[in-house]
Ligand binder design. Structure first.
Ligand SMILES: Cc1cc2nc3c(=O)[nH]c(=O)nc-3n(C[C@H](O)[C@H](O)[C@H](O)COP(=O)(O)O)c2cc1C
Length: 361
């Protein structure tokens, strides 16, 4: 089998429909599979899972942190929030209610499950295996008013809520901030080094690691690393990315920002959960989501964004565009063995003998 076919086969296997159970049965391994399909910054999948009785711990894997783009680990915690939100909807399909809590010992999230005869598969649980982030332009079709209301409603969790950005003036301001963010980030050697470390230039590389930003979902050609690396000097530039992002934003009928009333691990988890639920709702409605987080990742731009949004006592957590377009090839995930911790392991998960991440050099 060639690498492109192997990639398609692996993605389809990982994205098989969610298991539906009734009568109090609970398949924790299936829940973890569906949790790993959540969004994560740079597709780092910075999570480890420990199975408990009627519960799953979702723990940070700090070996997968990205200090250049995410120095305070806010994206890492948002990613854990995304995974926890998937657990909530996957559990519903198995007839269980889930409650998510921030835990100190071990540091992370604990999700407890309780049988509920009232719960079953939903549009959102069916969307778990089809949600994806896109990097492509949308077709410009408008998003219906009733769908906007459903999206805003889905994008609220704890301290976090979603604001839909409709004003053309605000859209122009967002474009200016994203462009400025592209130039700041792509002229920063540390940001570039980190990003390139997580790029997967060929299907073979993506299959080998099961993580990172692969060319196939992004619609880019597969090029061997020795050829792609030197070309990045010309292909991956602030100016070039700014042009791509401007066109992508202009093609998007709706922009949205997830904000939170705090800026702490708890609020970051809430923001991740809010995004993931909004994205599942969007997927169920045939709407796609794409992140444009540069103005949140660059501190000076984040302050300006807060001013432009007129935020008081809330901070911007995630910025996205929404619209319609074709489904792209899905990004890959690591196998369950790589993210499951021994149930009897020590409290500090990273000291356990799980395989260390080895992104291509
Ligand atoms: C906290 C967080 C931040 C992200 N930031 C960006 C971003 O700025 N730009 C982008 O294109 N994608 C961003 N992503 C999307 C990830 O790259 C994407 O989730 C990952 O590649 C897996 O792909 P999938 O969501 O299609 O399964 C972000 C995701 C999360 C959870």
């Amino acid at each position: 089998m060639d690498n492109a076919s192997a990639y398609a086969v692996a993605a389809a296997a990982q994205r098989r429909p969610a298991l539906e159970l009734v009568g109090g049965a609970l398949d924790l391994h299936e829940l973890v599979r569906l949790a790993t399909l959540a969004a994560s910054s740079h597709n780092t999948q910075p999570w480890l899972f420990r199975l408990r009785t009627q519960a799953i711990e979702v723990l940070p894997d700090f070996r997968r942190r990205c200090p250049a783009v995410d120095p305070d680990d806010a994206h890492l915690w948002r990613s854990l929030g995304c995974a926890a939100e998937n657990l909530v909807h996957a559990a519903a399909a198995q007839g269980h209610a889930a409650s998510v809590q921030l835990a100190q010992q071990p540091q992370g999230l604990r999700v407890d499950f309780e049988p509920s005869a009232a719960l079953g598969a939903t549009d959102l649980s069916a969307a778990l295996v089809r949600r994806q982030c896109t990097r492509r332009p949308f077709d410009g079709r408008a998003i219906a008013r009733e769908h906007r209301a459903l999206l805003a409603q889905a994008g609220a969790c704890g301290t976090a809520r979603t604001l839909l950005l409709d004003s053309p003036a605000l859209r122009d301001t967002v474009i200016d901030f994203v462009r400025a963010g592209d130039v700041t980030q792509l002229t920063d050697p540390a940001f570039r080094r980190e990003l390139i470390r997580w790029l997967r230039f060929t299907d073979a590389e993506a299959l080998e690691t099961g993580d990172g930003l692969a060319s196939t979902p992004a619609g880019q050609p597969s090029l061997p690393r020795w050829l792609a690396r030197p070309l990045l000097r010309f292909l991956l530039t602030g100016r070039g990315q700014a042009e791509t992002d401007t066109a992508n934003i202009r093609s998007s009928p709706l922009l949205a920002v997830v904000v939170a009333s705090a800026d702490s691990p708890g609020a970051w988890v809430d923001a991740g959960r809010a995004y993931e639920r909004l994205a599942l709702q969007a997927t169920a409605l045939g709407i796609r989501t794409a992140f444009i987080n540069q103005p949140i990742e660059v501190p000076s731009l984040r302050a300006s964004l807060h001013g432009a949004l007129g935020l008081h006592g809330e901070t911007a957590q995630l910025l996205l565009r929404l619209g319609h377009g074709p489904e792209a090839p899905f990004s890959l995930r690591r196998p369950l063995e790589d993210v499951l911790l021994d149930q009897r392991g020590p409290e500090d998960p990273v000291s356990q003998t799980v395989s260390a991440p080895t992104p291509p050099a």
